[in-house]
Design a binder for this molecule. Structure first.
Ligand code: BGC
Length: 412
C-alpha cells in the first residue's frame, strides 16, 4: 500500500479517485449507472442531506455477453441510459465502472486491463467516459445536455455511500463476481506529490486498491489455483481468483478433477461426457448449494449434480465435494479478512479509532455463513481489537455511491 501510494507500481495499484469522502450534507438528484458485471444497473437517487438518501427508481438489464466489440458493450448501455434520462430529465450521472482504471480526474479514466473474464475489444487503454459519451451522443444527436459528472470504481462507490450514511466508514469492500477494496487515505500518508487535491475535503482522498491483483498470495496458491490462473483469459488477479464469485466454483471443479485423476475419489465424474469436464460448469451458486446442503445423505446435492450431468454419485463423494466447497468458501472469507485487517492497521496501527467497512456483492450478501466466517477471521488476526472494525452490508452500495461521488464532484 505504501509503495502504491508513492507512485511506485506494485501489485496493489492504489488508483486515486480524485474525491474525498462526502460530508453527509450533499443534496440533489443523481442518476447512478453501475457497470461491473453482466447486470447493468441504474438507480435514481435523491440525496437529502443530513446523512439520509432515498432510492427513487431502480432498473437493470443483462448484457448479452461479456465479450465482443466496444459497440457490443457501450451501445446497449447508452440506449438504456438515454431511455432513463428521457423519462426523468436528470442530468447528473455518476458512472461506476467496476474495473481497474487509471484515472486522471474525477471525469475520466482509462481501463488498464479487463478482469472477471470480460473481453470487449478496443476498450483497454481507452477513456471509458469518452466511450460512453460517444455512444450516448450517437443516440441523441449530440449529448443533448447529458454528460457524465463523475466516474468511480465500485469499491469507491460503496465506501462513499457508507461514509454518507456514517462518518466512521473509511473502507469499501466488494465480494461479488470480482473482489476488491477501497480506502480513504489521509493526505499525510499519500507519498505521491503529482496528484492534484481531491474534490471535497482536501485532507484525504479515496483510493481504489485493486487488491484482487495482490501477488503475495503465491505462497498459498494450490495447484488448482495455479491451473485456473494459467487457463484464464484475464491476466493476474491471483488473489481475486481465490476470493470472487466468478471463480470459486471453478476452483472446486479443478480440485475434483485432481482427486479424480489420482484415483482418490469422484470415479466416473469426468468420463463419458459427464458434467465436470467443461470449465466453469460448476458455478459459485452450485458451491453454495453443496456447502450448505442440510438434506439426509446430501440428496439435494445428488439432485443438483444430476442437473449438471453427473448421476449415480456415492454419499462418500458428495461428502468430499461438500468439504471442498466449504473450505474454498471459508478460504475466500479468510483472505478478505486478512485484506481488511491489513488495510485497517495500515491506516491506524493500534486501531485507536472505529472503522466501518461498507460491503456489497453477491458472495458477501448471499453465501450462507460468509459474513460470520469473515468476522472469525478478523477476530483471529486482530484479537480483541476486532470489534474496532465492523464490516456492514450496504444494499446497492456501489450504485448509491455513484450518486454520492457525483455530488462530491459537483460540490453540492
Ligand atoms: C475489478 C475491480 C472491482 C472488483 C469488484 C475486480 O475484478 O478489478 O476494479 O472493484 O472486481 O467488482
Amino acid at each position: 500500500m505504501r509503495r502504491g501510494l508513492s507512485g511506485d507500481p506494485r501489485s496493489i495499484a492504489m488508483h486515486p479517485s480524485f474525491v474525498s469522502r462526502p460530508t453527509g450534507c450533499e443534496e440533489g438528484r443523481f442518476l447512478a449507472l453501475d457497470l461491473g458485471g453482466t447486470n447493468v444497473r441504474a438507480t435514481l437517487v435523491e440525496l437529502r442531506g443530513q446523512r439520509s438518501l432515498r432510492v427513487l427508481e431502480h432498473q437493470s438489464f443483462r448484457l448479452a455477453s461479456t465479450t465482443g466489440t466496444v459497440h457490443d458493450l457501450f451501445d446497449p448501455v447508452a440506449e438504456f441510459v438515454v431511455d432513463l434520462l428521457a423519462d426523468d430529465g436528470s442530468q447528473n450521472i455518476g458512472f461506476i465502472f467496476a474495473f481497474p482504471m487509471d484515472q486522471t480526474g474525477v471525469r475520466s479514466g482509462r481501463l488498464t486491463k479487463w478482469t472477471k473474464e470480460f473481453a470487449f475489444d478496443c476498450v483497454e487503454e481507452e477513456d471509458v467516459v469518452a466511450l460512453l459519451e460517444q455512444a450516448i451522443g450517437a443516440r441523441t444527436g449530440n449529448l443533448g445536455g447529458f454528460g457524465i459528472s463523475a466516474l468511480a470504481n465500485d469499491t469507491v462507490g460503496v465506501l462513499a455511500a457508507g461514509a454518507y450514511l456514517d462518518p466512521r466508514c473509511d473502507m469499501g469492500l466488494i465480494v461479488g463476481t470480482g473482489a476488491n477494496l477501497a480506502v480513504a487515505v489521509p493526505d499525510k500518508m499519500i507519498g505521491r506529490r503529482d496528484l492534484p487535491g481531491p474534490l471535497g475535503n482536501p485532507d484525504e482522498m479515496i483510493f481504489n486498491m485493486e487488491c484482487g491483483n495482490f501477488d503475495g498470495v503465491d505462497a498459498i496458491q494450490t495447484d488448482a489455483d495455479r491451473r485456473l490462473d494459467a487457463e484464464s483469459d484475464t491476466i493476474g488477479q491471483r488473489m481475486e481468483k481465490m476470493i470472487a464469485g466468478r471463480y470459486l466454483g471453478e476452483v472446486v471443479r479443478l480440485r475434483v478433477c485432481e482427486i479424480a485423476a489420482r484415483g482418490e475419489g469422484f470415479d466416473d465424474w469426468l468420463t463419458g461426457g459427464r458434467g465436470f469436464n467443461a470449465p466453469y460448469t460448476f458455478t459459485t451458486e452450485d458451491l453454495s448449494d453443496a456447502a450448505f446442503d442440510e438434506s439426509e445423505e446430501l440428496i439435494a446435492t445428488a439432485m443438483q449434480l444430476g442437473r449438471l450431468g453427473v448421476s449415480d454419485t456415492t454419499v462418500g463423494d458428495r461428502r468430499l465435494l461438500r468439504e471442498i466447497c466449504i473450505s474454498v468458501a471459508r478460504r475466500s472469507a479468510r483472505i478478505v479478512a486478512a485484506g481488511i485487517a491489513a488495510t485497517a492497521t495500515y491506516l491506524d496501527p493500534d486501531l485507536d479509532d472505529e472503522h466501518i467497512v461498507a460491503a456489497d456483492g453477491s458472495v458477501f450478501r448471499g453465501m450462507p455463513g460468509y459474513q460470520a466466517e469473515l468476522r472469525r477471521g478478523l477476530q483471529d488476526i486482530l484479537g480483541e481489537r476486532a470489534d474496532r472494525v465492523q464490516v456492514c452490508y450496504l444494499r446497492d452500495g456501489s450504485g448509491l455511491g455513484a450518486a454520492v461521488v457525483a455530488a462530491v464532484a459537483a460540490e453540492v
